[in-house]
Structure formats: structure tokens, C-alpha cells
Ligand binder design. Sequence first.
Ligand SMILES: [Zn+2]
Length: 405
Amino acid sequence: MSQWGHDFRPDYLELQVLHERWPGVPRIALTATATQATREEIAIRLKLAGAKMFVSSFDRPNIAYRIVGKSEPKRQMLSFLRTEHPGDAGIVYCLTRDSTERIAEFLTDNGIPALPYHAGLDTATRAEHQARFVREDGLVMVATIAFGMGIDKPDVRFVAHLDLPRSVEGYYQETGRAGRDGQPATAWLAYGLADVVQQRRLIDGSDGDLAHRRRLQTHLDAMLALCETTECRRTVLLAYFSERGLSCSNCDTCLSPPQVWDGTVAAQKLLSTIVRLDRERDQRFGAGQVIDILLGRKTERVSAYQHHELKTFGIGAELSEANGAASSASSWREGCWPCGASTRRWRSPTRARTCCAASSRSCSAATCPCRSRRVPGVVPAPEPHVARRPGRPGRPGPRGSRPPT
Ligand SMILES: [Zn+2]
């Protein structure tokens, strides 16, 4: 109701008529995964505000959470399966039907038995694939989110995501299908900039109203915050559902704490380049071109657009490409921690985990003050355009870009 009701099934939002028509009939609302805000919305929509609420712990200590940067996703996943889960049953989630087919074929070609599952398959094929997955050992199901609900297979040893989930709720629900027998299992996710661009396009194309699209954006921001965190992933995940947890010593950030650096100056250089491109040239480019400008690389494309004449050309020569990419990513992934709301304000990566309004880590998804009030004295900086309205590959963005002169 909370998710689909706002998008393509608005009738869900009118379910309170059931109570109005049959006031004496007892009602119960059940959720698999819901934040405090979602629970409150459901209670209000269904006119259950005075009802008792029972919430169990979201902690799944036997699941090891791992999130990696996406470079060669198929190869990365193959390596993960071969080294850590040879012969194990698991689920690989993809965003599109087409990619489930391709990945299943790729795994089968590489000696790992796999089947696709998506809503585009006919009913008989879906039923057969699902039955085989439940019955057979060591079978990998490559699926869209259409797969999983109602599947009771206790020995799923891994859940892998090749595309960024739309929300932390979705991610938690999907990874929760691993290790239901209580034995060790892995939740593995590869994500990259292209995922974010893709998700934003989906949000822009959503049928819901502006408030709904903002809600989707908030969900995506929170998911990115989970991907980008340097804290224990389990703690982050639990905090999202308003539950406290201790470092788990079982996730990737606990086992291999990432190195952090103060990227304030690097980000200022990056933002300066983006603003100059916009104001002086009326152009918007992807992260790759901006990094080339910062690093002073006179590539063919830089020359074609005369970007070597920008004042910021080469001002980040001391940075590596990874630093540039990290600055680029962190600057626009910036959001309130832990509620994930976008602050539109630059903060260095080392401080990116503080709450935008509370300036402490005391806020939660439900109570975060940044959602209800502006922070006195904070002037929001413009968000880099590369993330918000990216251009198509090989050309600058859509807003009045000039051809090379
Ligand atoms: Zn941890």
C-alpha cells in the first residue's frame, strides 16, 4: 500500500473504506519490512492509529553484508561465486528481464547451473523454474524482484545484487532470503554510478506525483548512504529501521575498514568545474569528462570542447582518478545520516555521516529534523548536474549544450 499505492495502484490508498463499510470487523495490517515512517503511514491510511504495533528485530547476524564498487560486474560476481560459494544455491537479482536472461546464460556457460525468472516468462516456465530452485541443490536463480515472495528455501547461501536496489527496504527484504536456516550466508552487492543514473531515470518516469517521486529519491539516497558508509553495514541497516546495533565484525567494512580522507578541497575544485561548465558554457557532462578536466588531460574530447581553456583545467592534477571519482560520487550522494534525506549541501566524506540538521548522529529515519525544518545559516550549494540530469554517453547533457566550436 505504501509503495504501490502512490505509484500505479492508487486504489490501495482508499482501503479505509473497508473499515467505514464494516466497522465491526477486526482488522490487522502486516508488513514484511517497513520503516517507522512507513508503519505510521499505513496506520493512518487504514485508520488504525490507535492499534497496537508489534515489531520484531531486523537483525540477521548470520548474513555477512558486502558491497563492492562495480567495475566488471559479471566477472566480479563469477569470482565471488567461485571462491566463496561454489556449489551453493543462491539468488542473483537484476533490474531488467533482459539482464536476468543474459546473466543466467553467462553463469551456465561458466559451469554454474542457473535459471532466469521474471514476470515476462509464461506461467508454466516460472512455476517450473521456481520448483527446480526449491527442489534442487546448488541452483542459482537469476531474477528480477518478481521472484522471492513466498519462497521458502532455508539453505539459500547467498543473495547477490548486480544492480542497485531501489530502497533499503527492498534490499533488506531480498537479502533476507539468504540463510533462513541460521547458517552463514552472504549478501553481496555491486553498484556503480550508472546504477544511480538508471534509478533516477526510473524515478523521473514514475507515474506518481511529485511527493511520491521525492519519496523514491529519499529511498535511493538512503540506499546510497548504505553503499557509501564507512561504518558497520549492519549497524547502518538496523539504524535505518530505528534499531540500535553494535559493530558486527562480519561485514566488509568491519573486516576491512575503508580508508577515508578529507576531500573538501578536491570537492570544491570539482564543483567549481561543474559550475563553470554550466555558467560559462551552458554545458553538462558526465563524471569522466569533469575528471579529465580536473586532472588536466588534453583528450580528444577535451580539445573538441576547448575545455583546456577553462580556469579549472588541471587544478586537480595532484589527485588520482580514484580520488576524483570519489569526490564526484560523495559530493552528490551527500545526504543526511542516517535518514538519507538529501541535504544539497557539500560535506567532506569524512563528515558525510553526520545528520544535516541535528549535526549529530542522533536522528533516525522517522525523527530526523532535516525533513521538517531548514538549518539556520545553511545555504544549499547547487548539486552537481552530472548526477541529477546526466547527458547521454558521448555528448553533453540536455540543457542547451553547445556544439564544439
Ligand atoms: Zn559490521
